[in-house]
Design a protein around this ligand. Structure first.
Ligand code: TXA
Ligand code: MG
Length: 320
């Protein structure tokens, strides 16, 4: 049985023992283990069924601790760290040689972040080592934003979920890396690209094909519900071709004629993208449990956190 509890002492005991614990962060829950324990890191990959070529994010509680992990810290990276940590920003920096290849998938860089969640910060402070933690979901499925989500994914396969309530931001961190000291966007996330640009100026996209919502054929299926899911401009119009189907609709805000819809979820009545992002995964989890024939999501505004939400929806709606 998986223990779901706020007991930090118990969590410390488990990670000290080279096992894994799910931890709350302000973005999504992570599945955490000691970065220096090959046993713990292997278990993370095994529990998630994650391919070994996909590297992990290392979590620490202070900038000093990061110096133990990275060998270079570019000026622009420092500016971002100062502006956003603790918070929903992951930096990809040159790693120190004693960081396990298993964590970085053999790359010479490592992804690091200081999360902004009191319970996990308290846990990290008590430990002599950082925690590697990918999102606590099976590879490819919707990320967890509550302890319940983690529990339903990994009942009996992990010893503990450290209870930290619902994740405030509800979408993964924004990832920025560097090439020749120039910043590159690796993943859209909880900090909008406009906010990043305000601090360090223009940021190029690492791999356009992976990030552009208008090139769905190029995207890896990820963050995906079990229920067949579509991403459309206008749900009312789209479902006209599907009469008789049990349809769940996910949309940003505003009114809709719901007569042919089994269920409608509006993520922010007042039209606030931050509120919408925080509810996105929780709502997808909920819709996925309603035994619908299909989920129809409407494209979000293409700015601010709307861009990050669209990125996730495009990946969630790619065919298996
Ligand atoms: O908000 C978050 O970042 C959450 C919480 C738990 O902190 N973590 C998270 O981890 O989303 P994960 O493993 O689901 O996503 C991390 C992403 C992966 O797409 C991985 O490929 C990329 O970060 N990544 C990690 N290390 C990298 C590296 N050295 N170079 C390039 N990409 C890297
Ligand atoms: Mg993930």
């Amino acid at each position: 049985m998986t223990l779901v509890s706020k007991d930090i002492t118990k969590a410390i005991e488990i990670v000290n023992n080279e096992d894994v614990v799910a931890i709350p962060t302000e973005t999504v829950y992570g599945l955490a283990g000691n970065i220096y324990s090959e046993k713990a890191i292997r278990k993370i990959f095994q529990v998630k069924q994650r391919p070994l070529f996909n590297p992990l994010v290392v979590h620490v509680h202070s900038i000093e601790k990061i110096q133990e992990i990275v060998s270079e810290f570019a000026d622009k990276a420092k500016m971002l760290a100062k502006a956003f940590w603790p918070g929903s920003l992951t930096l990809i920096l040159k790693k120190r040689s004693d960081i396990l290849d298993l964590i970085t998938a053999g790359k010479d860089t490592v992804a690091v972040r200081i999360p902004n969640h009191p319970i996990t910060l308290a846990l990290l402070k008590e430990l002599s080592f950082p925690l590697a933690a990918p999102s606590a979901n099976p590879f490819g499925s919707i990320s967890p934003t509550s302890s319940k989500h983690v529990e339903s994914y990994f009942k009996n396969t992990i010893p503990m979920v450290l209870e930290g309530g619902d994740c405030k931001n509800g979408i993964e961190s924004t990832i920025i890396g560097f090439e020749n000291n120039e910043p590159l966007l690796y993943r859209l996330g909880a900090i909008s690209i406009e906010e990043i640009t305000t601090i360090i100026g223009e940021v190029k996209v690492k791999n356009k094909k992976e990030l552009a919502p208008n090139a769905p054929g190029m995207l890896a299926r990820h963050y995906a519900p079990e229920t067949k899911t579509y991403l459309v401009k206008n749900a009312e119009k789209f479902i006209k071709d599907y009469t008789g189907k049990k349809i769940g609709v996910l949309r940003f805000s505003g009114e809709i004629d719901s007569s042919n819809m089994e269920h409608v979820e509006v993520l922010s009545k007042k039209g606030d993208l931050k509120e919408a992002a925080s509810k996105l995964y929780g709502t997808l989890h909920k819709l996925d449990k309603l035994n619908l024939d299909m989920i129809v999501a409407e494209i979000f505004p293409d700015f601010g956190l709307g861009k990050s939400i669209n990125d996730r929806l495009v990946r969630a709606t790619k065919n298996k």
